[in-house]
Design a protein around this ligand. Structure first.
Ligand SMILES: [Mg+2]
Length: 425
């Protein structure tokens, strides 16, 4: 649910851990502190820097650089292989600290979270002090080497913008009094969610700067963006409420179909129907940017019998075909063990698949093996392509799994750049 309506109190904090992966490495290994460190997927020559430390950034090492180039630029650089489990553990510990301030904590990625104090205003008179306390609690309760930049603003978008302005260890508040001063020095692409494409579209219509964007009429923005997204930009920059925080997250999603008389006659069609239900859920989970940890499958038959199965997934999933295969394996085993007629038989009346226990997609790569991370990133990319070009062709992520182009994007959050025009996070 979105909170729309004039709202000018700076009660939303955006916490962004600085050089998170490298700082975690420096936290656990004292000898890496104060040195330029580069976290890499592989530490071979062709390895790719996915997270430089603060020190390495100062020396010009950038995310995405090849390790041999980075070493040439910065001979003292210490390459370290990525340790996803470690970062996930630090993430969990940091979120625990944030939850001690309010239950309204929304993790946005492995190293970012929104802390919404809007409902806790009676408890906290001074939000600035809360931000300082968060910084100090992270240092004392999680790790003394960990630093974060915090933005404070009346909505999550402006809070994120604030957190981007001063790194490392920044603290910036954006209010109606200060916003124009903040925006006047920025380019359109400095705004989270505005990529090159969107910037060009705005510029073509005469909206050249963030200040132009703030003062353009909502009707004009709607026309330029050709969608409600324009209206959202107006609200974000004019304190019109919260459009970026999902306050009532989905608890479950269901896809259900009544089986027609003709479908019932053919096992292939029943099978396709089950596949299409799973793919529908895949699309919805993609849209909400979540993975599920539990799936149920049920069938009802004309003689009022039922079949139902509940599957707790060993690891979070989003892929429709994977869900389909799991469901199939389970009922095939059921048929075999019970020597019963096929579950997908001629007296079937309806079938339904539901998914539950969601977790944000951004957190998933870090609980999985790299192979899955790539697949998930790819699935996302496939959807982006389809959304962009309106292709109705259904490409399976598995067919594209080995495309090297996507390989290097693992683990440093650039999956969010893939949907830059829709969602600033
Ligand atoms: Mg960060």
């Amino acid at each position: 649910m979105k909170r729309i309506g004039q709202y000018t109190k700076p009660t939303v904090l955006f916490v962004d851990m600085n050089s998170f992966f490298a700082s975690c490495e420096q936290q656990v290994n004292f000898y890496l502190r104060d040195r330029p460190v580069a976290v890499c997927v592989y530490t071979g020559k062709q390895g790719c820097v996915i997270a430089p430390s603060v020190e390495a950034k100062r020396l010009g090492v950038k995310l995405g650089m090849r390790l041999d180039e980075a070493m040439q630029l910065c001979p003292g650089l210490v390459p370290v292989e990525i340790n996803s489990k470690r970062y996930r553990e630090f993430h969990v510990a940091i979120i625990d600290v944030l939850r001690q301030f309010t239950p309204d904590v929304f993790p946005k990625s492995i190293d970012e979270a929104v802390v919404d104090l809007t409902r806790c205003q009676l408890m906290y008179k001074d939000v600035w002090q809360v931000a300082l306390q968060i910084k100090s609690d992270i240092r004392t309760k999680v790790g003394d080497w960990l630093r974060c930049s915090i933005g404070i603003a009346p909505n999550a978008f402006l809070a994120k913008l604030g957190s981007d302005l001063h790194k490392p260890d920044g603290l910036v508040m954006i209010t109606p009094e200060t916003i124009d001063d903040v925006l006047k020095d920025l380019h359109l692409t400095d705004l989270p969610g505005i990529g090159q494409r969107m910037a060009k579209r705005l510029q073509d219509q005469g909206i050249l700067t963030p200040l132009n964007l703030r003062y353009a009429s909502p009707e004009r923005l709607r026309a330029v963006c050709k969608s409600i997204i324009g209206w959202h930009w107006h609200l974000r920059l004019n304190f019109g409420g919260e459009v970026d925080l999902e306050t009532s997250a989905y608890k479950s999603m269901q896809a259900m179909r009544t089986v027609s008389a003709s479908q019932r006659q053919s096992p292939e069609q029943l099978d396709e129907l089950l596949q299409s239900l799973c793919l529908t859920l895949e699309r919805r989970m993609m849209k909400q940017d979540v993975f599920c940890q539990e799936v149920t499958f049920s069938c009802r038959y004309h003689d009022s019998r039922n079949y139902g199965d509940e599957i707790k997934l060993p690891e979070p999933r989003q892929d429709g075909m994977e869900l389909y295969n799991l469901i199939r394996q389970r009922f095939e085993r059921f048929q075999h063990v019970n020597r019963c007629e096929p579950i997908l038989n001629r007296s079937i009346r309806s079938m339904s698949v539901s998914v539950f226990r969601f977790i944000p997609a951004q957190l998933v790569p870090f609980s999985l093996f790299e192979d899955n991370t790539r697949k998930n990133t790819l699935r996302k990319a496939v959807y982006e392509v389809k959304a962009k070009f309106g292709s109705d062709k259904l490409m399976r992520a598995t067919e594209l799994r080995d495309n090297p182009v996507f390989r290097d994007v693992i683990g440093f959050g650039s999956i969010k750049d893939l949907h830059d025009d829709q969602n600033p996070f």
